[in-house]
Write a protein that binds this ligand. Structure first.
Ligand code: ADP
Length: 631
């Protein structure tokens, strides 16, 4: 379109230029004709006046034609010197602004018929002017002859008239030809302009149609996709038909749709998550409610949510709890400041707080609750989420247990006291019985019959056993009684134990190995008793092989783990607890001697040191006694 308009403007410019040049040529021809007529006039005058002034005027008018001729001849050349042509045309009296247009017109159209004819006419005019100059020279010579001949002069003047008449014809022909040419050119150019205008208009209409149909198509496409989007159908995106503004709008529209789709998807996802979370939350709250855990949400001090469990716990209906201006009065007065302090702390550091407190039910009874509370602070509000569990019964049980433990301890102490007193006091009469029976045996051995001797023997034996039993009972009751606690090197303790047991070790060919042993805080007496009882049992309850005993200590985080391992007869797993109970034995006295107190003493010592004792054993495969002592 722009090219066409530029072409149209170019043609217009060319037309105006050409017409203006034609006008300049016609004007130039006017000057030429005028000069020619003036020259002829002054030459005629000179023929009558014989005055050289007229002749000189004639000469000066000739110069216009001469200059025009030089210009014409120069421009007719294949490579004209434009400067010479320009100078000559200026000399011929043409306006300086017209000269370049004239030169251009000459150059462009010199081979066109009209222009060619005009130039030819112009050349003929120039040749007629050459004849005029000849007549002028003849006239001048005749006038200035010694005896000028009037006949000759009249003849020359009549020839000049004829020539002048011919020149007038030439001049008319020149003007006419140029006029014809310019009219022809005008028609051609008008035709061209018409075609161009039609083409421009047609092209404009065509482009307008194209643009409008492309706009309509693009806009309709966007509208149709927008309608789909409004129905939540994102399956189609707008087709981009062009790279123009509508195309760009379609691209932006598509981007907007995909963004929208992404956002809707994200919204959907987060909605899903929210729904899931809500489900989880509701399940949790229901489960808590079913498990009897109360849930309370408060904004400031005002309850905004509570579950059934809490209502049941407190004896209030939900509406009653929600209508309370503050939950604080539900707490026992002396507990309120502690709870408020927890709320403030949680509000300050955001860390959940867990505590116990006492609240008042609607009927005024007190219940003990355990609560876990988290405070959430946002720009707008402060919310406390509280999980509440009633622990009145547990508390009662715990108190009961504590009470029982206290009572047990008391009765244990009494028992120990009793055992100590009893065993201590029993020894005295027993010793008397034993001594007198032995005296009886010694003095009347020969005077009594065999049966009486056996009876005495059984009595002595029974008294000895009772003495051992009382001894052991005394030892058991003494455990924990004001012993001096100090740093005991267990290696030294074991040396003493081995010294005490050297006879039985030698008799049974027992081997006792031990790893490095630590130092512990205890009394010499207790540690010796503990290890001695275990090693004695390991030797006593040996199998057919010689006893092999190993004692190892292993360091743990805050305690020592000891093991005393043997290769003896072992025990059945089901008796693992029984053997630590006082007087409990797994064997008859005639199989293995003993009172059933040794392991009870070990247990008591270990427990008094904050430890535990147990056995790992298998019948026929030896036993390992483990016990721990606090560091
Ligand atoms: P006693 O040794 O006087 O019988 P203890 O209290 O020392 O009493 O032991 C209780 C019972 O545990 C023993 O009668 C015995 O049956 C069993 N016992 C203890 N030590 C071992 C051991 N090393 N191997 C097998 N059985 C054992």
């Amino acid at each position: 379109m722009a090219v066409l308009i530029a072409a149209e403007l170019g043609v217009l410019r060319f037309t105006i230029n050409t017409l203006s040049s034609t006008r300049a040529f016609v004007a130039s021809e006017g000057l030429w004709s005028k000069a020619q007529k003036n020259a002829v006039y002054y030459l005629n005058q000179f023929g009558h006046t014989w005055n050289d002034k007229d002749y000189n005027n004639y000469r000066s008018f000739l110069q216009v034609q001469e200059a025009g001729q030089i210009a014409r001849m120069e421009l007719e050349k294949n490579y004209p010197n434009i400067e010479i042509a320009r100078e000559s045309l200026l000399k011929a009296g043409n306006h300086p602004d017209d000269i370049d247009d004239m030169i251009n017109l000459f150059g462009r159209f010199k081979s066109f018929s009209y222009m060619d004819e005009a130039i030819e006419t112009w050349a003929k005019g120039d040749s007629l002017m050459a004849e005029l100059r000849l007549y002028g020279s003849q006239l001048y010579t005749e006038v200035h002859a010694e005896k000028p001949s009037p006949v000759n002069i009249a003849y020359i003047l009549s020839s000049i008239d004829v020539l002048n008449a011919n020149l007038t014809i030439m001049e008319d022909k020149f003007s006419y030809t140029l006029g014809e040419g310019s009219r022809g050119l005008e028609k051609v150019i008008m035709g061209m302009l018409f075609i161009i205008v039609i083409t421009v208009a047609g092209t404009g209409l065509f482009l307008t149609f194209l643009v409008s149909s492309s706009i309509t198509r693009g806009v309709e496409e966007i509208i149709s996709v927008a309608e789909n989007v409004s129905k939540s159908d994102f399956s189609r995106s707008a087709k981009v038909f062009s790279g123009d503004e509508i195309g760009k709008i379609a691209v932006s529209f598509n981007n907007m749709i995909s963004d929208l789709q992404k956002k809707i998807f994200e919204l959907h996802e987060s909605g899903e998550k929210l729904r899931e979370q809500k489900e989880v939350y509701e399940t949790l709250v229901t489960a808590q409610s079913e498990m009897g855990e109360g849930v309370l949400i408060a904004e400031g001090e005002k309850i905004i949510y509570t579950n059934c469990a809490l209502c049941r716990m407190m004896g209030f209906s939900r509406e009653e709890l929600l209508s309370l201006p503050s939950f604080i009065p539900l707490l026992l007065q002396e507990e309120q400041s502690k709870v408020l302090r927890n709320i403030r702390l949680s509000q300050y550091d955001g860390i959940p707080r867990k505590d116990e407190t006492t609240t008042l039910r609607k009927d005024g009874t007190r219940i003990i609750i355990e609560y876990s509370m988290k405070t959430m602070v946002s720009d707008k509000k402060v919310q406390h989420v509280v999980i509440i569990r009633e622990i009145t019964d547990q508390k009662k049980i715990a108190w009961q247990l504590q009470e029982n433990a206290r009572k047990l301890k008391e009765s244990n102490t009494e028992l120990e006291q009793f055992a100590y007193v009893a065993s201590h006091d029993l020894r005295e009469p027993l010793r008397t019985i034993s001594s007198y029976v032995q005296l009886l045996q010694y003095r009347y051995k020969d005077k009594l019959d065999l049966e009486a001797n056996d009876f005495i023997h059984f009595t002595v034996d029974g008294a000895k056993r009772m003495d051992r039993l009382i001894n052991d009972l005394l030892a058991w009751s003494r455990v924990g009684r004001d012993r001096e606690i100090k740093n005991i090197d267990l290696t030294e303790t074991l040396e003493i134990v081995m010294m005490n047991l050297r006879d039985s070790v030698n008799e049974t060919s027992a081997t006792v190995t031990m790893g490095p042993l630590p130092k512990v805080q205890s009394s010499n007496m207790h540690m010796t008793q503990l290890f001695q009882n275990l090693v004695t049992n390991a030797i006593k309850f040996r199998g057919s092989k010689a006893p092999q005993i190993s004692i190892i200590a292993e360091e743990k985080k805050d305690k020592w783990l000891f093991s005393v391992k043997d290769n003896g007869i072992g025990i059945d797993k089901k008796y693992a607890d029984k053997i630590f109970v006082i007087f409990q034995r797994l064997h008859l006295r005639n199989e293995y001697e003993g009172t059933g107190i040794g392991l009870a003493i070990c247990k008591k010592i270990v427990e008094q040191h904050g430890g535990q004792i147990w056995i790992e054993s298998e019948v026929g495969n030896g036993s390992t006694f483990y016990f721990t002592l606090k560091k």
